[in-house]
Design a protein around this ligand. Sequence first.
Ligand SMILES: [Zn+2]
Ligand SMILES: [Zn+2]
Length: 353
Amino acid sequence: MAEYDTMKFACLVEKGKAEVRERPLGPIGECDVVIKQLACNICTTDYTQWQGHREHQGYPMAGGHEGSGVVVAVGPEVKSIHVGDFVAHSTTGCGQCRACAVGDYYNCENTLGIAATTEDGYRGGQFGFANYARIHARACYKMDPTLDPAEAGFLEPVATATHAVETLAVHPGETVVVIGGGTMGLVNAQVARAYGARVIVSELQPHKLEKAKELGLEVIDSKNSDPVEKTLEMTDGKGADSIIVAVGLTVAYDQALKMVKNKDGKIMFFASGHPEPELHVSPNSIHYRRLQLLGSMNATQADYAIAAKLINNRLVNVKALIDPVRYPLSRIQEAFAAADGNKYRVSVTLQEG
Ligand SMILES: [Zn+2]
Ligand SMILES: [Zn+2]
């Protein structure tokens, strides 16, 4: 009998209601790693599920994917991860299909991710808010053990921002405007800066502007000034090379189209919007201006590898993006209620007593 034979985890049982349950961890596969999880942060995806925006996916929903912890057991074929290692992780694909072959585990042809149902009837498949996790070794990334576990839990968000910045092909010295200073806006901003860009964050809420400044980023107060005029003023009338739109709002897309440089500008659609926003763009202007409208979601294993280095080498400050109040697993319901869009990441601690 090992301490990790049974896992204790949180799941959503209906809209706005989370509870803690138990289930067997299951047999440890040859290439599996058992992680004693220390923290898991509540992602916007988890929060919107709790709010009931994705009810079509069904219940019970065992989400959570921004976790980290210490390895307590490994399968006989695991070579690069050892007991005692501090790790964070990505999702796991089958490892055999064409998507997995290029590290795109999110688009694995053989696992259905959040649409999958486990044999015991759980949706979501990720079981992130759990005291123990069993994960394939290829999805584990070693993290600096001196990091706060909630910081290491930023591996997935930083990887998705890395995917966006890589897709934009940000070059040193370029100017990037990030619209939206929430968690993902400020993660994107810092990743773009790590790639050598000058980054300006446009935001209307005072506490988010303060946070961006605290991180050493230039800001535009879009409540008290016109963000388009301001961008042009700050770029000698030229506009920015790239815009990362980190809020799903029509007004933000309207601004982005005017903030970006006249020719060869790039706009990244990083966020989804609910209800779905409208996009006002002239096809001719895409042609004449050689505009590049780009989308990004999830991340590949190559992005994860970069993200682990960005966090481990403190090239992005994720500590500043963690809410000071931590919730133990037993108070998961309060944790979800606290994780609204005005807060930065709310972190759930997973080892009690
Ligand atoms: Zn996430
Ligand atoms: Zn696959």
